[in-house]
Every structure is written in structure tokens, then in C-alpha cells.
Design a protein around this ligand. Sequence first.
Ligand code: TDX
Length: 355
Amino acid sequence: MDIVVTGGAGFIGSNFLNLLVPRHPEHRFINVDKLTYAANVRNLSAIENRPNYRLERVDIADRDAVRALFEREKPQIVVHFAAESHVDRSIVAPDAFIETNIAGTFNLLEAFRALPKGYGQLFHHVSTDEVYGSLGATGLFTEQTAYDPSSPYSASKAASDHLVRAYHRTYGLPTKLTNCSNNYGPYQFPEKLIPLMLLNALEGKPLPVYGQGTNVRDWLYVDDHCEAIWTVMHKGRVGETYNIGGRSEQKNLDVVHAICDLVAEAKGVPSGELRALIRYVQDRPGHDLRYAIDASKLMNECGWAPRESFESGLRKTVRWYLDNPGWVAEVRSGEYREWIERNYATRGEGPGGKR
Ligand code: TDX
């Protein structure tokens, strides 16, 4: 099979390719990536010379380029990871989110629809639980939960999900959709909570917790997510949606404490020294309180289950960042510095202050 993987140089996409390209020499994987700030070809150095892997630098928002690519490659399968994904960036500058996440998905669907008979057997759309909005203290998101996105990012992903479903209903496109909870693991760009806190703790920098740190996220190790996608691609039903989650709910503050403990252990310093770096800063506008996924449809229908617990996955993640200082130094130069400066310098102290 020829498999187009969009966004394959990003965090989840590159973990997906690193896992599956060596395992499936019978498939040809074509990584279609714009190579934005959050992408890194170094993520793929382990597979870049494999005969069944190739990178095509294409912006999915460029309709002609996408059409030309599909006409040339005629893929059987598309796995669509490519997206602008950082909520805080979508609040500051939503434009790229509309272009890549909505127009980009539309361009892919149109190019897929135009494929000759026999090609285009599956369009797998990778999405987020943020489309469901926020939960209160109890309850779980199921595939029936109504869409209620809070940020420009989640609204753009919701729009892309609706387009994918509409193309299934209207044109009969063979689509599948997965909505996943918060991912973490190797190659995650350090604007996201876990790698940001981990690297700041390592360097003795302040740890900026939004609000009171009481918001809850449901964490899933990235390889568990990638295995779930591959499982749905093979065992899931066409036209269906599957939620993916690890039932691993954590308050943000508990996540930061756990990171402090692991980094302190690695540095050989008392954990309290790193916890003292916590600063309560102004909250994110429209900050969703709690996400938690009910993945029982996926587990029952397809037999998937996560392998990592939050404890084992976080330990692996800390180890990976400690072992890869070259990768960290590279991604933290240039654009990264500007973003950190813009996002955190303007955030005042939150009501909790320093604790
Ligand atoms: O500096 C920070 N301080 C802080 O308290 C940052 C960057 C985040 N936070 C909080 C906000 C959230 O409650 O931590 C939590 C996680 O934040 P992010 O890492 O920005 O993730 P989140 O907003 O939950 O969205 C993520 O999960 C769903 C991804 O960014 C999305 O792409 C994915 O769809």
C-alpha cells in the first residue's frame, strides 16, 4: 500500500512513522509535511534512509500542490496528522489554524475524492478531544458527546472533523476519525506542558502554571496513541469515530510535581528545590477545566489497550529529553525563543502568586 502521512515530521506523526516504517516494509510511507516551527526532520533520522519512506515538503493549505501530489502518488491510504496544534498560539494568532486545519483538510479531502477508482481506500483523520469542550468534575467524553469547542484551535479541529464526516455522508468517502486526549513522549515541541516544565526544571527556570493548576488533562503516551490509530485503520469500521484515551487523569499541578520529582532524581537535588520554581501565572482565556475520555468503544470493538501508565510513560519521557540535549538545543533556538518571550513575558502573576 502507498500511505500518505500528513504532518509526519511533527510530534505525533514522527512517532507514528518511527514505529511503523520499520515494521511494515511492504508499505510505502510518504511523509507530507510543511516543516513548520514544530516539525523537525531530525525526528526521522532513524528511518530517513529506509527504502519504504520518503519526505515531500508540501503545505496542505496549497490546494494545487496537494492535488499534484495526489495525482502523482495515487495513495491507497491517507493518515492526516498535519495541524497547527498549540492552543495558546491559536489565541494570539488564529489565522494559520484556519488555513492549515480547515482549508488544509478540505484540500486533502478534495484531492482524495478525485483519485481514480481503486485508490483512496481509507482517509483516517486524527483529531482531538478538545472538540467536545470542557467537562465538569465528573463524566467522560464519548463519541456521542456534542461538539462545543472553546478555542480557535479546537474550533478549527471541530470544523475539520465535520468536513470529514460530511465527505463520508455526501460523497461516500471511506473515512475514519479518532479523537485523542493529551499526548506526551519523545519529540514533543517544548511549548506543551510536559516538555516545557521538564526542560525549565532541568535548567532551574520558573515553572509557569496557569490559574491554580487545578485543570485536569487525560494523558496518553504517544506510542499508545500511534498503536491505537494503526488498530483503528485496520479494525475500525468505515464512517465511524473512535475516542482514544488512557484513563489517566491528572491535575496540572500534580503533573508539574511529578516532573519535578523525576528531574530532581536525575539531577541528584531535592525535589523541593525544583517545586519552589513553580509560579502561578495568569490563566489561559477560555481554559477548559477538565478532559477525560471514554475509550471503551475502541477497546471493545478493536481490542486496543494502552501499554504505559502515566508513571512509566513520564519516566521514559524525562529520560528521552535528558538523553537528547542536541535535539532540545536545536528546537529551542530561533522562533522558539521569540514565542516563549511573547507568551510568558506578558502573562502577569495569577491570583495564587508564588508558592
Ligand atoms: O505553560 C503552561 N502552563 C500551564 O499551566 C502551558 C503551556 C500549559 N499549561 C496548562 C494548560 C492546560 O490545562 O497545562 C495544560 C496542558 O496544556 P497544553 O500542553 O497547552 O495542552 P492542551 O491545551 O491541553 O491541548 C493539548 O491537548 C489536546 C494539545 O496542545 C492539543 O493539540 C491537543 O489537541
